[in-house]
Ligand binder design. Structure first.
Ligand SMILES: O=C(CO)[C@H](O)[C@H](O)COP(=O)(O)O
Length: 236
């Protein structure tokens, strides 16, 4: 089975969690995009929900799918967020931000009573860190911020190169908030909580891709005999 088929299976299962009248957080990335597409089908069939998109890309996709949208200003508390992830560990700790939407994703997840992560089985890890950790920083003072981030990483028992993310055109990638992303190739993050605390203390760091204590459940689609097999973690 292809990763795309597994992602679709996880997204389809997540649509089953949505109830009439729910206020939803809509994640970003290829798996979340499949959820938005499938949710749009149920909305067009009569389901009533409102969604808060976690990126401009998701906003466009949700509008195209016919999903009514709101904002966290008008709807500050959400019932359920469905989002993808780059890695998930057994404690439901995540690395997110491969699509560059980590800041809005974390704000939306924190405003939600429940966050259910949808992933294919390849995203499950025992220890976070194989996927480079995205760290969103303001452009001002980039050199000094990068040094301080490197020191914070070392102080929390990790090490590895920091790379400024580039877009397809080779120019620095800019987030929806106009910030840059440093991708930290750490290979292994033995203490994600310590690293998270160290990173938020660095002036110039806007957010990082460690999502700790936010996901309440996960829907993992694995391949079994050529068919998707759904495994749920936590409350999902
Ligand atoms: O965090 C994200 C975007 O910022 C995505 O959820 C994450 O990168 C997973 O993406 P995909 O579903 O395409 O594998």
């Amino acid at each position: 089975m292809s990763p795309a088929e597994l992602k679709r299976a996880a997204a389809a299962r997540a649509v089953g969690l949505v109830e009439d009248g729910m206020r939803l957080g809509l994640g970003t990335g290829s798996t979340a995009a499949l959820f938005v597409e499938l949710l749009g089908e149920t909305v067009r069939a009569g389901l009533s929900v409102v969604g808060v998109p976690t990126s401009e890309a998701t906003r466009k996709a949700a509008q195209a799918a016919g999903i009514p949208l709101t904002t966290l200003d008008d709807t500050p508390e959400l019932d359920l967020t469905i989002d993808g992830a780059d890695e998930i560990d057994p404690q439901l700790r995540l690395i997110k931000g491969g699509g560059g939407a980590l800041l809005r994703e974390k704000i939306v997840a924190a405003a939600s009573r429940r966050m259910v992560v949808i992933v294919d089985g390849a995203k499950r890890v025992e220890t976070l860190g194989r996927f480079p950790l995205p760290i969103e920083v303001v452009p001002f003072g980039l050199g000094a911020t990068t040094r301080a981030v490197a020191a914070a990483i070392r102080a929390s028992g990790c090490d590895g190169p920091l790379t400024i993310r580039k877009g397809a055109d080779g120019a620095p990638f800019l987030t929806d908030g106009g910030h840059l992303i440093l991708d930290a190739g750490l290979a292994r993050i033995p203490d994600p909580e310590a690293l998270a605390h160290a990173l938020v203390a660095v002036p110039g760091v806007v957010e990082h891709g460690l999502f700790i204590g936010l996901a309440t459940g996960a829907i993992v689609a694995e391949a079994a005999d050529g068919q998707p097999r759904i495994v749920t973690l936590g409350a999902a």
